[in-house]
Design a protein around this ligand. Structure first.
Ligand code: APR
Length: 240
């Protein structure tokens, strides 16, 4: 290989579970407490905006609790990025900022971000660390603009898909971490990676429904499996 290995990593809620953030489909997950159609669709926002604002304000507040910090898995991916530079891309389905707080920079938030508000009029995103609702003036279009959570809801287009598809088409290695592989288009990335000839690895607490599609599947908590796997890659590639 006459270039640094090109690696695409996909993360899901499982990588943030040990940091204290709920996943969606595990026991006591977010979708056990709320129906997707009540809090995570454009129709839900139109029908009952206050419930949707409250759902994301609560998650934003929880994310900023002092005990919610990046774990060893987040830090290991930041280390891998430092070793690989622009041969590395981290695509996350998560809307938390734990990858960035662990030191990752090359991050694509394909489902949006909790710490951001989007103007319904201009479409502009604004960094936002506190709660907001229908009465919160929008920084760009006040007083007319209304803010919405800067989240990609079901039925909406995930972000930066062109960049993701290009990276997958060139990848030597695709690693999926902490995702149940039930939501497309992310659930289709393993097949796209395979079609490009990339090796694929799943690191998950338990085998996902898709684990048979991966060349390799390791089970265990991400804070244990990810640092060990990254260490192994760096030794294999003789990159310190
Ligand atoms: N370490 C590794 N994996 C874990 C851990 C852990 N400590 N804890 C849980 N997991 C795994 C679970 O086994 C499960 O397969 O993480 C996965 C979490 O799956 P989901 O809850 O479905 O979350 P995710 O795959 O990220 O959901 C994808 O669905 O609702 C939408 O937009 C939402 O981005 C989300 C998307």
């Amino acid at each position: 290989m006459n270039h640094k290995p090109r690696v695409v990593v996909l993360t899901g809620a499982g990588i943030s579970a040990e940091s204290g953030l709920k996943t969606f489909r595990d026991n006591d997950g977010l979708w056990e407490q709320h129906r997707v159609e009540d809090v995570a669709t454009p129709e839900a926002f139109a029908a009952n905006p206050d419930l949707v604002y409250r759902f994301y304000n609560q998650r934003r507040e929880q994310l900023q609790m002092p005990e919610v910090v990046p774990n060893a898995a987040h830090r290991a991916l930041a280390r891998l990025e430092r070793a690989l530079g622009d041969s590395f891309l981290l695509v996350t389905q998560n809307v938390d900022d734990l990858h960035e707080r662990a030191g990752s920079n090359r991050v694509v938030h394909m489902h949006g971000r909790l710490l951001s508000a989007r103007c319904c009029t201009s479409g502009l995103s604004h960094t936002w660390n506190s709660g907001f609702d229908a009465l919160t003036p929008c920084p760009c279009c006040s007083p007319s603009g209304q803010l919405r959570p800067d989240i990609v809801w079901f039925g909406e287009m995930p972000l930066q898909m062109d960049r993701i598809i290009l990276a997958l088409s060139r990848a030597d290695l695709f690693i999926a971490i902490g995702t149940s592989g039930q939501v497309y288009p992310a659930a289709g990335f393993v097949q796209m990676a395979a079609d490009s000839g990339a090796r694929s690895v799943e690191l998950n607490l338990q085998p996902s429904d898709q684990c048979g599609m991966f060349d390799e599947s390791q089970q265990g908590p991400a804070s244990a499996t990810v640092p060990a796997f990254v260490e192994g890659l760096l030794q294999q590639w003789s990159i310190s």
